[in-house]
Design a protein around this ligand. Structure first.
Ligand code: G1P
Length: 289
Protein backbone atom coordinates (compact mmCIF):
# COMPACT_ATOMS: atom_id res chain seq x y z
CA UNK A 1 0.00 0.00 0.00
CA UNK A 2 1.19 3.48 -0.84
CA UNK A 3 2.33 5.52 2.19
CA UNK A 4 0.80 8.97 1.85
CA UNK A 5 2.49 11.88 3.65
CA UNK A 6 0.88 13.48 6.72
CA UNK A 7 -0.16 16.99 5.70
CA UNK A 8 -2.99 17.72 8.12
CA UNK A 9 -3.31 17.78 11.88
CA UNK A 10 -6.42 17.92 14.03
CA UNK A 11 -6.32 19.70 17.40
CA UNK A 12 -9.37 18.95 19.52
CA UNK A 13 -9.68 22.09 21.66
CA UNK A 14 -13.35 22.23 22.56
CA UNK A 15 -12.92 20.90 26.12
CA UNK A 16 -14.16 23.07 28.99
CA UNK A 17 -11.02 22.91 31.10
CA UNK A 18 -12.93 22.66 34.39
CA UNK A 19 -9.84 21.39 36.20
CA UNK A 20 -8.20 24.79 35.86
CA UNK A 21 -11.11 26.95 36.99
CA UNK A 22 -11.31 29.82 37.66
CA UNK A 23 -8.27 30.45 35.38
CA UNK A 24 -10.12 28.95 32.41
CA UNK A 25 -13.47 30.62 32.89
CA UNK A 26 -12.84 33.20 30.16
CA UNK A 27 -9.75 31.82 28.42
CA UNK A 28 -9.30 28.42 26.81
CA UNK A 29 -7.10 26.00 28.76
CA UNK A 30 -5.03 25.59 25.60
CA UNK A 31 -4.00 29.24 25.95
CA UNK A 32 -2.38 28.69 29.36
CA UNK A 33 1.31 29.44 28.91
CA UNK A 34 4.35 27.34 29.58
CA UNK A 35 6.64 30.26 30.44
CA UNK A 36 5.61 32.61 27.59
CA UNK A 37 4.13 30.34 24.94
CA UNK A 38 0.61 28.92 25.11
CA UNK A 39 0.22 25.15 25.15
CA UNK A 40 -1.51 25.18 21.77
CA UNK A 41 1.47 26.97 20.25
CA UNK A 42 3.80 24.17 21.34
CA UNK A 43 1.51 21.63 19.68
CA UNK A 44 1.35 23.63 16.43
CA UNK A 45 5.14 24.07 16.45
CA UNK A 46 5.54 20.33 16.93
CA UNK A 47 3.24 19.71 13.95
CA UNK A 48 5.15 22.14 11.74
CA UNK A 49 8.45 20.55 12.69
CA UNK A 50 7.01 17.23 11.50
CA UNK A 51 6.23 18.73 8.08
CA UNK A 52 2.50 19.19 8.65
CA UNK A 53 1.00 22.09 6.68
CA UNK A 54 -2.65 22.37 7.64
CA UNK A 55 -3.85 22.78 11.21
CA UNK A 56 -7.49 21.93 11.87
CA UNK A 57 -8.87 23.13 15.19
CA UNK A 58 -12.01 21.56 16.57
CA UNK A 59 -13.23 24.36 18.80
CA UNK A 60 -16.33 25.29 20.74
CA UNK A 61 -17.97 28.25 22.42
CA UNK A 62 -15.58 30.51 24.28
CA UNK A 63 -12.53 29.35 22.36
CA UNK A 64 -12.10 32.29 20.01
CA UNK A 65 -8.85 33.35 21.73
CA UNK A 66 -7.24 30.45 19.86
CA UNK A 67 -8.36 31.86 16.50
CA UNK A 68 -7.09 35.30 17.47
CA UNK A 69 -3.79 33.85 18.59
CA UNK A 70 -3.05 32.38 15.17
CA UNK A 71 -4.32 35.41 13.25
CA UNK A 72 -2.58 38.65 12.31
CA UNK A 73 -2.87 41.18 15.16
CA UNK A 74 -2.85 44.31 13.04
CA UNK A 75 -2.94 47.00 15.78
CA UNK A 76 -0.37 45.18 17.91
CA UNK A 77 2.02 44.68 15.02
CA UNK A 78 1.63 48.23 13.76
CA UNK A 79 2.27 49.71 17.20
CA UNK A 80 5.21 47.40 17.78
CA UNK A 81 6.86 48.32 14.46
CA UNK A 82 6.32 52.04 15.06
CA UNK A 83 8.14 51.62 18.35
CA UNK A 84 10.92 49.69 16.65
CA UNK A 85 10.11 46.46 18.55
CA UNK A 86 11.17 43.06 17.27
CA UNK A 87 8.19 41.26 15.69
CA UNK A 88 9.94 37.91 15.30
CA UNK A 89 8.41 36.70 18.57
CA UNK A 90 5.06 36.62 16.74
CA UNK A 91 6.40 34.63 13.78
CA UNK A 92 5.21 31.18 14.98
CA UNK A 93 1.69 32.52 15.65
CA UNK A 94 0.96 33.19 12.00
CA UNK A 95 -1.21 30.63 10.32
CA UNK A 96 -2.34 31.84 6.92
CA UNK A 97 -5.76 30.97 5.48
CA UNK A 98 -4.31 27.98 3.63
CA UNK A 99 -2.71 26.65 6.80
CA UNK A 100 -5.60 26.57 9.22
CA UNK A 101 -9.25 25.69 9.49
CA UNK A 102 -11.72 25.84 12.34
CA UNK A 103 -14.72 23.66 12.91
CA UNK A 104 -17.02 23.56 15.91
CA UNK A 105 -17.91 20.63 18.08
CA UNK A 106 -21.33 21.73 19.23
CA UNK A 107 -21.86 19.17 21.96
CA UNK A 108 -19.32 17.59 24.33
CA UNK A 109 -19.82 14.03 23.13
CA UNK A 110 -16.22 12.86 23.50
CA UNK A 111 -12.83 12.84 21.78
CA UNK A 112 -13.99 10.47 19.04
CA UNK A 113 -16.84 12.80 18.20
CA UNK A 114 -14.51 15.82 18.18
CA UNK A 115 -12.25 14.14 15.61
CA UNK A 116 -15.26 13.10 13.53
CA UNK A 117 -16.31 16.79 13.39
CA UNK A 118 -13.18 17.40 11.25
CA UNK A 119 -13.98 14.65 8.71
CA UNK A 120 -14.78 16.90 5.75
CA UNK A 121 -11.65 18.99 6.15
CA UNK A 122 -9.46 15.94 6.66
CA UNK A 123 -10.92 14.22 3.59
CA UNK A 124 -9.46 11.03 2.23
CA UNK A 125 -5.92 11.14 3.55
CA UNK A 126 -4.00 10.11 6.66
CA UNK A 127 -3.81 12.77 9.35
CA UNK A 128 -2.28 13.53 12.71
CA UNK A 129 -4.00 14.34 16.00
CA UNK A 130 -2.50 16.37 18.83
CA UNK A 131 -3.99 16.60 22.32
CA UNK A 132 -2.44 19.89 23.46
CA UNK A 133 -2.76 19.02 27.19
CA UNK A 134 -0.11 16.44 26.66
CA UNK A 135 3.00 18.54 26.41
CA UNK A 136 5.64 16.47 24.64
CA UNK A 137 8.97 18.10 25.07
CA UNK A 138 12.07 16.99 23.21
CA UNK A 139 14.11 17.36 20.08
CA UNK A 140 13.18 16.12 17.55
CA UNK A 141 9.59 16.48 18.73
CA UNK A 142 7.25 13.56 19.31
CA UNK A 143 5.37 13.87 16.00
CA UNK A 144 8.60 14.15 14.02
CA UNK A 145 9.83 10.95 15.65
CA UNK A 146 6.53 9.29 14.74
CA UNK A 147 6.54 10.56 11.16
CA UNK A 148 10.05 9.18 10.70
CA UNK A 149 8.82 5.70 11.63
CA UNK A 150 5.60 6.18 9.65
CA UNK A 151 7.55 6.83 6.46
CA UNK A 152 8.72 3.23 6.42
CA UNK A 153 5.84 1.35 8.04
CA UNK A 154 2.77 3.49 7.29
CA UNK A 155 -0.61 2.53 8.74
CA UNK A 156 -1.84 3.85 12.06
CA UNK A 157 0.40 5.02 14.85
CA UNK A 158 0.06 6.33 18.39
CA UNK A 159 2.63 7.62 20.86
CA UNK A 160 2.83 5.65 24.08
CA UNK A 161 4.62 5.86 27.37
CA UNK A 162 4.98 3.79 30.50
CA UNK A 163 3.29 4.96 33.68
CA UNK A 164 2.84 3.39 37.13
CA UNK A 165 0.29 0.59 36.83
CA UNK A 166 -2.10 2.08 39.41
CA UNK A 167 -2.58 5.20 37.22
CA UNK A 168 -3.71 3.50 33.99
CA UNK A 169 -7.45 4.01 34.56
CA UNK A 170 -7.26 7.64 33.42
CA UNK A 171 -5.96 6.74 29.97
CA UNK A 172 -6.19 4.65 26.84
CA UNK A 173 -4.03 1.54 27.31
CA UNK A 174 -2.45 -0.72 24.67
CA UNK A 175 -2.00 -4.47 24.52
CA UNK A 176 1.53 -4.60 23.17
CA UNK A 177 2.92 -7.13 20.72
CA UNK A 178 6.48 -7.36 19.49
CA UNK A 179 8.84 -4.39 19.77
CA UNK A 180 11.72 -3.26 17.62
CA UNK A 181 13.54 -0.16 18.77
CA UNK A 182 10.99 2.52 19.63
CA UNK A 183 8.21 0.77 17.68
CA UNK A 184 5.78 -1.70 19.26
CA UNK A 185 3.01 -3.56 17.52
CA UNK A 186 -0.44 -2.76 18.94
CA UNK A 187 -2.61 -5.85 19.41
CA UNK A 188 -5.42 -4.23 21.36
CA UNK A 189 -6.61 -0.93 22.82
CA UNK A 190 -8.86 -0.18 25.75
CA UNK A 191 -10.03 3.19 27.06
CA UNK A 192 -9.84 3.82 30.81
CA UNK A 193 -9.71 0.19 31.96
CA UNK A 194 -9.92 -0.85 35.60
CA UNK A 195 -6.42 -1.36 36.98
CA UNK A 196 -6.97 -5.14 37.17
CA UNK A 197 -8.20 -5.32 33.56
CA UNK A 198 -5.44 -3.19 31.99
CA UNK A 199 -3.47 -5.13 29.36
CA UNK A 200 -0.24 -3.19 30.17
CA UNK A 201 0.97 0.05 31.70
CA UNK A 202 1.64 1.60 28.28
CA UNK A 203 -0.73 4.51 27.77
CA UNK A 204 -1.71 6.54 24.72
CA UNK A 205 -0.01 9.88 25.24
CA UNK A 206 -1.89 12.24 22.96
CA UNK A 207 -0.27 11.95 19.52
CA UNK A 208 -1.80 9.95 16.70
CA UNK A 209 -1.31 9.27 13.00
CA UNK A 210 -4.47 7.72 11.62
CA UNK A 211 -5.76 6.53 8.29
CA UNK A 212 -8.94 8.23 7.04
CA UNK A 213 -10.97 5.01 7.44
CA UNK A 214 -11.17 5.80 11.16
CA UNK A 215 -13.73 8.48 10.27
CA UNK A 216 -16.04 5.80 8.80
CA UNK A 217 -15.66 3.76 11.98
CA UNK A 218 -16.43 6.81 14.13
CA UNK A 219 -19.56 7.37 12.10
CA UNK A 220 -21.26 4.37 13.66
CA UNK A 221 -19.40 4.43 16.97
CA UNK A 222 -21.54 4.12 20.10
CA UNK A 223 -20.72 5.54 23.50
CA UNK A 224 -17.88 4.00 25.45
CA UNK A 225 -16.03 4.77 28.69
CA UNK A 226 -17.59 7.67 30.60
CA UNK A 227 -20.60 7.69 28.25
CA UNK A 228 -18.48 9.41 25.56
CA UNK A 229 -17.74 8.54 21.94
CA UNK A 230 -14.17 7.36 22.33
CA UNK A 231 -11.46 7.60 19.70
CA UNK A 232 -9.76 4.62 21.33
CA UNK A 233 -12.79 2.40 20.61
CA UNK A 234 -12.75 3.38 16.93
CA UNK A 235 -9.02 2.75 16.68
CA UNK A 236 -9.47 -0.65 18.31
CA UNK A 237 -11.76 -1.58 15.39
CA UNK A 238 -8.95 -0.86 12.93
CA UNK A 239 -6.52 -3.35 14.51
CA UNK A 240 -6.21 -6.42 12.33
CA UNK A 241 -7.54 -4.58 9.28
CA UNK A 242 -4.68 -2.08 9.01
CA UNK A 243 -1.16 -1.87 10.44
CA UNK A 244 -1.18 -0.40 13.97
CA UNK A 245 1.94 0.56 15.87
CA UNK A 246 2.96 2.49 18.96
CA UNK A 247 6.03 4.69 19.18
CA UNK A 248 7.74 5.38 22.49
CA UNK A 249 8.71 9.03 22.54
CA UNK A 250 12.33 9.77 23.28
CA UNK A 251 11.81 12.93 25.33
CA UNK A 252 9.79 14.22 28.27
CA UNK A 253 6.05 14.29 28.66
CA UNK A 254 4.19 16.61 31.00
CA UNK A 255 0.51 16.11 31.70
CA UNK A 256 -0.68 19.70 31.50
CA UNK A 257 -4.27 18.57 32.02
CA UNK A 258 -3.27 18.40 35.69
CA UNK A 259 -2.15 21.35 37.81
CA UNK A 260 0.93 19.61 39.15
CA UNK A 261 1.98 18.50 35.65
CA UNK A 262 1.48 22.04 34.45
CA UNK A 263 3.72 23.49 37.19
CA UNK A 264 6.31 20.81 36.43
CA UNK A 265 6.31 21.75 32.73
CA UNK A 266 6.77 25.42 33.50
CA UNK A 267 9.66 24.70 35.82
CA UNK A 268 11.30 22.28 33.38
CA UNK A 269 11.11 24.71 30.46
CA UNK A 270 12.23 27.68 32.58
CA UNK A 271 15.26 25.71 33.75
CA UNK A 272 16.26 25.14 30.11
CA UNK A 273 15.85 28.73 28.98
CA UNK A 274 19.17 30.56 28.69
CA UNK A 275 17.45 33.88 29.47
CA UNK A 276 16.20 32.77 32.88
CA UNK A 277 17.60 29.35 33.88
CA UNK A 278 20.15 30.66 36.42
CA UNK A 279 17.69 32.93 38.13
CA UNK A 280 14.94 30.30 38.26
CA UNK A 281 17.32 27.67 39.62
CA UNK A 282 18.41 30.04 42.39
CA UNK A 283 14.78 30.85 43.24
CA UNK A 284 13.82 27.17 43.30
CA UNK A 285 16.72 26.26 45.58
CA UNK A 286 15.79 29.11 47.88
CA UNK A 287 12.13 28.09 48.02
CA UNK A 288 13.06 24.51 48.84
CA UNK A 289 15.16 25.47 51.86
C1 G1P B 1 -7.68 11.04 26.13
C2 G1P B 1 -7.72 9.70 25.38
C3 G1P B 1 -6.85 8.66 26.10
C4 G1P B 1 -5.45 9.19 26.25
C5 G1P B 1 -5.46 10.54 26.96
C6 G1P B 1 -4.08 11.16 26.99
O1 G1P B 1 -8.32 10.88 27.37
O2 G1P B 1 -9.06 9.26 25.30
O3 G1P B 1 -6.84 7.47 25.37
O4 G1P B 1 -4.64 8.27 26.96
O5 G1P B 1 -6.35 11.47 26.31
O6 G1P B 1 -4.08 12.32 27.78
P1 G1P B 1 -8.85 12.16 28.22
O7 G1P B 1 -7.63 12.76 28.86
O8 G1P B 1 -9.50 13.06 27.26
O9 G1P B 1 -9.78 11.59 29.25
Amino acid sequence: MEIKPIRKAVFPVAGLGTRFLPATKAIPKEMLPIVDRPLIQYAVDEAREAGIEQMIFVTGRGKSAIEDHFDIAYELEKTMSERGKDLSVLEPTRLGPGNCAYVRQQEPLGLGHAIWCARDIVGDEPFAIFLPDEFMHGSPGCMKQMVEEYRTIGGNMISVLEIPHDKVSSYGVIRPGQSEGAVTEVLGLVEKPKVEDAPSNLIISGRYILQPEVMRVLEGQGKGAGGEIQLTDAMAQMIGKQAFHAVTFDGNRYDCGSKVGYIEANLAVALERPDMADEVRAIAINLLK
